[in-house]
Design a protein around this ligand. Sequence first.
Ligand code: CUA
Length: 367
Amino acid sequence: MGVEDVRTAGGSEDVTAGAESRTHLRQMLVIGAISSVVGVAVALAIDWFPTLASTQGESIDRLYDVLLIFSVPVFVLVEVVVLYCVWRFRMRPGEELKDGPPIHGNTKLEIIWTAIPAILLVCLCSYAYIVLTDVEEADARALNVRVVGEQFTWTFHYRSPEGRDVASPQLYVPVGRQVNFTVQSKDVIHDFWVPAFRMKIDAVPGIDTHLRVTAKRVGQYPVVCAELCGLGHSVMRQTAHVVPVGEFDRWLRDRAAQAEGGGGAPGGGEEEGGQATAADGKAVFADAGCGACHALADAGTNGTVGPDLDEVVPGQDPAFIRESIVDPNAEVAQGFSPDVMPNNFGETLSPDELDALVEYLASETQG
Ligand code: CUA
């Protein structure tokens, strides 16, 4: 009789406990499902990235959206279970000495929660691999550009139609044509990144790394260094100019002519008159990115990495200004460190541009 009583009592306790845990489970699922839908909607509504300017970026942005759709519910469901348990099963006054029921594990549950994430991971990895092969697909007509990183600047090397090397402190790419970047470094590890293109790769001393980008939107986008590379890392920024094909060809021709030694540009240069080749010092200042580090009132820049040019240039003769640009370590202003300013402006600026820059700085800083 006594034994029967205990067994019956235990049985009905199991039944109510079972019903109760099913109610909890149902409540968690409903809250989790609603929160997941809201979470995914919010995640997709947020504008995570800067303007998209490359075709490779399209599949990368899509991949990101798919990852959000799968990972947000996983995060939300786990959080719902944790918070629900904290709320419903918290210790109430008088329960300090009570212990929960013993649990011996649940094979079915363990199989489910191992299998679902495993399947999800395999699917997402396969998809990511497809996207990777897609964005790395080579186009035989690609334009080759060599990118050289050094503390703390990027230099972009092109081939002129005559096959000569043409260096530029700014990146110019034609819209709609794939560019095959070969990335190199002269000193430490840098990382070549144009966020608007979505693609980035390390510049490693001693080896060539590659990156393919097809720009699809005309405009100007920041080029940055994405690897901590020293004191000037944060100012290792330049501009990527995505321009129409005709404009790109013209730019490359002008650049090649300038590099050959300035004024005497052959052929077309003369027809356009002297104005076409005479560089504008203010434009050179902006193009070479001087303002990222230097303050100059006339140019409207206020960089503080290097000396304030309105303070240090007045009273200096042009020869000194030129030396400070070409060989910045020759004399470092008090309070500043050597080796921060790139020492290759003698190579990346044409003689014309350098003359114009020196003249501009000398005239704009007259007291
Ligand atoms: Cu170069 Cu950071």
